[in-house]
Design a protein around this ligand. Structure first.
Ligand SMILES: Cc1cc2nc3c(=O)[nH]c(=O)nc-3n(C[C@H](O)[C@H](O)[C@H](O)COP(=O)(O)OP(=O)(O)OC[C@H]3O[C@@H](n4cnc5c(N)ncnc54)[C@H](O)[C@@H]3O)c2cc1C
Length: 366
């Protein structure tokens, strides 16, 4: 996602790029994504928002509920001005980005090329890739953008510390024939669950975040309410995603000709549904910085200076959600009461800095 979005944003800045993907073919992976207005503004600038909106579901609020009783605790407004909030299958976002990249003459996508190593040359870099058939490919480039996810081999090559395992795991389920536009989150001690629509066919996404060792987010693994237990019973289990984090301060710092974006730079817990959103923002900001600064080095320094404070703030918010969502009794009682009396406008105001960010048009090519 980060790589394709960045290539498309760079095309707007007048730069050509080559996207090298390790997978020999692009398969629909994962399940659902929620995209807030800040993320949608990047897709809007790329001319892709309408295509995505056609496939996804619009929401105006997220319902927070008590995991045991299903009681509504709060409706958190998530729209931002004219801009909405969309729940979508991540394969649909991937295919919208991929189709646009394939149609853009400034972008080349090559599959089955796995990054191996990089060497500095007088005026740029030589980057080595291993092909799916075992062959080696070398690419000469002026900049290497590591958009290669939480286990980023580019970050490892650049000497970044490895990801840290949180001992939390996200169990993902797809529930057929569960229509309805609601986005809901159920809070429980040390765990929570989130459900939202993914496809017009009625397919619904369910994610249960629990400590490692709890089997498959099983219906009886917590004191879940009957509606959520029913979802768990009839959902198709898609697998467990261990939740890992990385040292964003280290990974976002400016380097000479290597830069990290998306999960490679700042993998985060999905507790504010902002991982992909931040990947899209990174892609746009990086292209803007490269378009407006005189040298690549200045562009990378501007990218690091712009993104670090925002990512730090998002990470702080994510930690806050983790603490609040997973409270045990009796603190959960106080939380539930506080949520029920807090005005919706105040909840929305808490998130303005996050959702009201907008991608500015990229300056014409230098
Ligand atoms: C349970 C869960 C729910 C989530 N929900 C949301 C949500 O609602 N909203 C949201 O915004 N975010 C959400 N996220 C986060 C979001 O999924 C990630 O932040 C996002 O996928 C990161 O995109 P990326 O492009 O940076 O990395 P990835 O999607 O991981 O892509 C990295 C790519 O690099 C490729 N690659 C890896 N190694 C190499 C190599 N050596 N050579 C070449 N290619 C390579 C991989 O094959 C992959 O295609 C969620 C995450 C989880 C776990």
């Amino acid at each position: 996602m980060a790589g394709l979005a960045c290539a498309l944003a760079l095309a707007k800045a007048g730069c050509r790029s080559l996207v090298c993907e390790r997978a020999p073919s692009l398969q629909p992976v994962g399940a659902g994504l929620q995209l807030s207005a800040n993320a949608l503004s990047v897709l809007d600038q790329l001319g892709l928002k309408a295509a995505l909106a056609e496939r996804g579901f619009s929401a105006s609020s997220v319902a927070l509920r008590d995991g045991a009783s299903d009681r509504l605790l709060a409706l958190v407004p998530v729209e931002s001005g004219q801009d909405g909030y969309i729940a979508v299958h991540r394969a649909d976002l991937q295919s919208v980005l991929l189709d646009a990249a394939m149609a853009d003459p400034s972008v080349e996508v090559r599959l089955g090329l796995s990054f191996q190593r990089v060497e500095s040359q007088a005026n740029g870099l030589s980057v080595w890739f291993l092909g799916a058939d075992g062959s080696q490919t070398t690419v000469e480039t002026s900049l290497l953008i590591g958009a290669d996810g939480v286990h980023s081999p580019v970050a490892a090559f650049a000497g970044c510390k490895p990801p840290v395992d949180s001992r939390l795991v996200a169990h993902r389920f797809s529930i057929a024939d569960a229509p309805g536009p609601e986005i809901e989150a159920w809070l429980a001690p040390s765990s929570h669950a989130v459900s939202y629509p993914m496809r017009k066919s009625g397919e619904r996404n369910l994610v249960v975040v629990e400590p490692v060792g709890v089997p498959h987010g099983a219906p009886d693994s917590r004191d879940w309410n009957p509606r959520l237990s029913d979802f768990l019973t009839r959902g198709d289990y898609l697998g467990a995603w261990p939740l890992l984090t990385v040292d964003a301060d280290d990974r976002l710092r400016s380097r000479e000709r290597i830069v990290l974006i998306g999960d490679a730079a700042h993998a985060m817990f999905p507790f504010a549904a902002q991982g992909a959103a931040m990947a899209l923002e990174d892609a746009w900001v990086l292209a803007s910085c490269l378009a407006t600064k005189a040298t690549i080095q200045e562009g990378l320094a501007a990218y690091a200076a712009t993104r670090l404070p925002r990512i730090q703030r998002v990470l702080k918010r994510v930690s806050f959600h983790r603490r609040v969502y997973h409270l045990g009794w009796p603190l959960s009682l106080a939380r539930n009461l506080a949520m029920r009396v807090r005005p919706e406008a105040a909840m929305r105001a808490d998130l303005s800095w996050l959702y009201d960010w907008r991608a500015e048009p990229i300056a014409p090519p230098l």
